[in-house]
Design a protein around this ligand. Structure first.
Ligand code: SIN
Length: 266
């Protein structure tokens, strides 16, 4: 969206932006040289700030999460590089996320979005009915464990498969989510955090989750964002999943994210 100053939005323009977000799932605003304080204020227009599960924010702005990849060896594992929705393991996962670019690499570091609403609509009526009553199981402990193992021994093969304790402690949410503002339905499934389905044996859940992931990430549902500096991108986690690419070494990428606290998924 062009010719919008996100640091100075009146109520009318904000209402149009929110309506566009609920319609399209992702909005891209180029040339927005805004501050952390502006981003905090913009985030608050959508609702209460969500607290990030992975960082404590930047100095002076707990709500602004750095997403910074420094060049060179020893860079931390980049879990954004797998398809995900933001923090579905929380009881109230972020409804909306925004990401602002400061420094972007000369190549790579794109972000992909895939429409979980379009993916839901393309399922057969039979599959929609089958999935409707099911609760997915969402967890991050398998990722945290893999990250710790990798820190201890970066040469070791990465194992991010969940164990039984992860399944027992996982957070259940509906596999088909209904958007609270529009009533539209979308698949709530991702590669990072969806580790099972409540009430199904693991051998039953795994092929179904794996099919749903391959379905929701079909290229036909995707949009690929090539970043420029000073972009601000807003997405609705109830409508899209996303993935970033870790393909820009030896360059630096500096972004700042904020999230809006969501409802308990229904
Ligand atoms: C995220 O996964 O929230 C960040 C995506 C990105 O770094 O492009």
């Amino acid at each position: 969206m062009h010719e919008v100053d996100l640091a100075a939005l009146d109520d009318n323009v904000f209402a149009q932006i929110e309506a566009a977000l609920f319609r399209f799932g992702v909005l891209v605003f180029p040339a927005q040289r805004i501050s952390h304080a502006d981003q905090v204020a913009l985030t608050k227009r959508f609702g209460e700030h969500g607290v990030d599960a992975f960082t404590d924010g930047v100095d002076g702005y707990r709500e602004i999460q750095p997403v910074i990849r420094e060049p060179g060896p020893g860079a931390p594992l980049f879990f954004g590089a797998r398809w995900h929705t933001d923090s579905p393991f929380l009881e109230r996962p972020p409804a909306v996320s925004m990401l602002r670019s400061v420094e972007v690499p000369p190549f790579g570091g794109d972000t992909l979005f895939s429409s979980s609403r379009a993916a839901y609509l393309d399922l057969s009526a039979g599959m929609q009915t089958l999935l409707e009553p099911l609760q997915g199981l969402y967890s991050r402990t398998h990722l945290t464990r893999a990250m710790e193992q990798w820190r201890e021994d970066p040469e070791r093969a990465l194992d991010i498969s969940p164990i039984e304790q992860d399944l027992a402690a996982a957070t259940p949410h509906p596999l088909i989510r209904t958007h609270p503002a529009t009533g539209e339905k979308a698949l709530y499934v991702d590669e990072n955090y969806t580790i099972g389905i409540a009430g199904l044996h693991r051998r039953e859940a795994e092929p179904l989750v794996s099919y749903l992931i391959s379905h929701v990430t079909r290229p036909i549902y995707q949009f690929r964002l090539r970043w420029q500096p000073d972009m601000l991108v807003i997405w609705d986690n109830r409508l899209v999943i996303h993935q970033a690419f870790d393909d820009f070494a030896p360059h630096r990428r500096e972004m700042y994210r904020s999230t809006v606290l969501g409802e308990v998924p229904a």
